[in-house]
Design a protein around this ligand. Structure first.
Ligand code: PLP
Length: 388
């Protein structure tokens, strides 16, 4: 059996839960989404959780809540999955990229503070942070750090600068359910946070996402926006605002309820697989293994990403692995170097050097909670050969 890049962890309990929903006549807007949201709010420790049909739609709704619109600015990281920056563009706001910490790949809080100060000052100081091509510039509204690979961004200094200048903080926690920062759960560290449940994630609903927040008015806004702008669930013809169909269906929510009951087990299994990799890769000189910052009190392993060091070439290693039947991915490809971002904003190689170096060297290895020790050994065996 080939080793897959990722794999959902589905048991009889999940199958039974989905089967049960299929035997009812309520496949959307029913009891499962309510149960899923309540369980998630309890697990994360926020008063509100609002289910949506993807992490991307959750981030979009958070951007709407910040009030960021045409030409307004939102500070975020170029070392992420493209959805984090795209969610800002959906409101025609401008993502302001800030380079990352070379250890974690998460947004650098010192650079965030510099960017905020300069952008608030305006004029020449601000220009340094703007993309080459941009239309008219509005106001700096928010900061969106991403907890990349399941390791929290350094949130305290980010929140401090946000508080000083009255900015919102949105956590892109799509990869980090269950992670803790200085003992506090990802999802409780900003004004709102979003988790994602695509099948490669720590837990899955097929497609799906969840927004958590401590703001009552934001939770009400999210419920309305996900449901075509209705303020009341059963007022079918009364649409208060421009909304979307971002609803999470009952089948996905039932899957989510069951996966969330198993979340500690799912996260622990992934930690075990990461530990096997860590141990078996220890003697490979051209491999740098993932590193955790001391403030990461609990890592929630989403992917296992190594760095391939020179003189080895990441792309060649990836090709050799593929020839041996082992999948791997360059993760992440920097957002500012994606064709659409280059064309629209005029970004070039050299703009965010730390991100680019990580983008050139990073390689995600096959990883899931159902991976066995001998499969890890097989990947490491071929990686060793590929590096020779
Ligand atoms: C960092 C990050 N942000 C956003 C998303 C978007 O989530 P989704 O694929 O559920 O829309 C993902 C997941 O793929 C992600 O990894």
């Amino acid at each position: 059996m080939p080793i897959p890049m990722s794999s959902p962890d589905i048991t009889e309990a999940e199958i039974a839960a989905v089967h049960q929903v299929l035997q009812t006549n309520q496949l959307s807007i029913g009891p499962q989404i309510v149960a899923f949201e309540q369980a998630m709010a309890r697990y994360i420790g926020t008063p509100h959780a609002v289910g949506v049909n993807s992490g991307t739609s959750g981030l979009h709704l958070c951007c709407i809540a910040t009030g960021a619109r045409d030409g307004d600015l939102v500070i975020t990281t170029p070392f992420s999955f493209i959805a984090s920056a795209n969610s800002i563009l959906y409101e025609r706001a401008i993502p302001i990229f800030v380079d990352v910490d070379p250890v974690t790949g998460n947004i650098d809080p010192n650079l965030v503070a510099e960017a905020v100060t300069d952008l608030m000052r305006g004029g020449a100081a601000a220009t340094r942070w703007l993309p080459r091509h941009h239309g008219s510039i509005g106001t700096l509204k928010a900061i969106m750090p991403v907890h990349a690979f399941g390791q929290p961004a350094d949130m305290d200094p980010i929140n401090a600068v946000a508080a000083e200048y009255g900015l919102w903080v949105i956590e892109d926690a799509c990869e980090a359910i269950g992670a803790t920062y200085k003992g506090r759960k990802a999802g409780t560290l900003g004004d709102a946070a979003v988790f994602a449940f695509y099948p490669n994630k720590q837990m899955t609903t097929g497609e799906g996402g969840m927004i958590v927040t401590h703001h009552d008015d934001w939770a009400a806004l999210f419920r309305s926006l996900r449901n075509q702008g209705r303020d009341v669930f059963d007022a079918w013809l009364n649409h208060t605002r421009l909304g979307y169909n971002y609803r999470l269906d009952e089948l996905s929510a039932a899957l989510g309820v069951t996966q969330l009951q198993r979340i500690e087990e799912l996260i622990a299994r992934r930690a075990q697989v990461a530990a096997w990799y860590h141990e078996q890769l220890a003697d490979l000189e051209l491999i740098e293994r993932p590193q955790l910052r001391p403030y990461t009190t609990h890592m929630s392993w989403f992917v296992y990403v190594v760095r391939i060091l020179p003189p080895a070439d990441r792309n060649k290693v990836m090709q050799r692995l593929a020839t041996a039947g082992i999948p791997s991915r360059p993760y992440f490809t920097p957002i500012h170097l994606q064709p659409f971002y280059r064309e629209r904003f005029g970004y070039e190689r050299g703009d965010f050097p730390v991100t680019e170096q990580l983008g050139d060297r990073s390689l995600a290895l096959p990883f899931s909670s159902v991976m066995r020790e001998e499969q890890v050994a097989e990947v490491v065996h071929h990686l060793r050969a590929a590096l020779r």
